[in-house]
Design a protein around this ligand. Structure first.
Ligand SMILES: [Zn+2]
Ligand SMILES: [Zn+2]
Length: 224
């Protein structure tokens, strides 16, 4: 399937074409309405054609414009893992801990910047725990629970092997797809393993360009 990309601030958002409309994955930092609308225009899509917004996890750079975009789409529903739901329905900004020096420095800046990262809360319609199919939207694929970056992080895994992973992996430098921030760093590798075993071939991260899933395999420590 052809995955359409839209950059909303510092975050990639993706669009999947279904039978009767589109699915959007993640909604960028706040105040991205204009970029969202011009991105849709570029792809010849109308906001009302988006039926579902999947939120990979509740960090501000993935949900900042969720309320505004949901409003523009009118009849679309929001899907998220139950662990992340309070992060979008309550007005408290979660700042993830760093996994390396740079991540730790940025994380401490983030904690003092909470007020300017604040976003409008949204009540999600669809919650699930382990796995949910996207067939009812006309998409050959599913959403699976891939914790590590956060406890309730989700991945959209298409049957053809393309995987939209949120922040489970990043592509800033080829050598290290491990995210600079994570709430449960040790769990990230098991989620990578789960993805590879489930047939992932191409990884679409929220930060940086897509890359082959073999990079995850190459970076798995011995014994995982
Ligand atoms: Zn994140
Ligand atoms: Zn992110």
């Amino acid at each position: 399937m052809d995955i359409k990309k839209m950059v909303l601030g510092i975050t990639n958002s993706y669009l999947l074409t279904g039978d009767h409309g589109y699915i959007m994955v993640d909604t960028g930092i706040r105040n991205q309405q204009e970029r969202f609308l011009s991105g849709l225009k570029y792809h010849h899509i109308k906001a009302e054609q988006i039926r579902l917004i999947i939120i990979t996890h509740g960090h501000f750079d993935h949900v900042g414009s969720l309320a505004a975009i949901k409003g523009l789409c009118r009849n679309c529903q929001v899907m998220i893992h139950p662990y992340e739901a309070p992060r979008i329905s309550e007005p408290r900004v979660a700042i993830p801990p760093g996994t390396n020096l740079e991540g730790k420095i940025i994380s401490s800046i983030g904690r003092v910047s909470r007020p300017i990262l604040k976003f409008e809360p949204v009540k999600p319609e669809i919650l699930f725990k382990e796995e949910i199919t996207l067939r009812e939207y006309g998409i050959e694929g599913k959403v699976i629970h891939t914790p590590g970056h956060t406890a309730g992080s989700l991945t959209v895994l298409l049957d053809d092997g393309q995987a939209i992973v949120g922040d489970l992996a990043v592509n800033f430098t080829r050598s290290r797809p491990f995210p600079p921030f994570a709430e449960e760093p040790s769990v990230i590798y098991s989620s990578w393993k789960r993805l590879c075993e489930a047939g992932a071939t191409t990884i679409y991260p929220a930060h940086g360009p897509s890359f082959p899933a073999s990079w995850l395999k190459e970076n798995l420590p011995a014994g995982v």
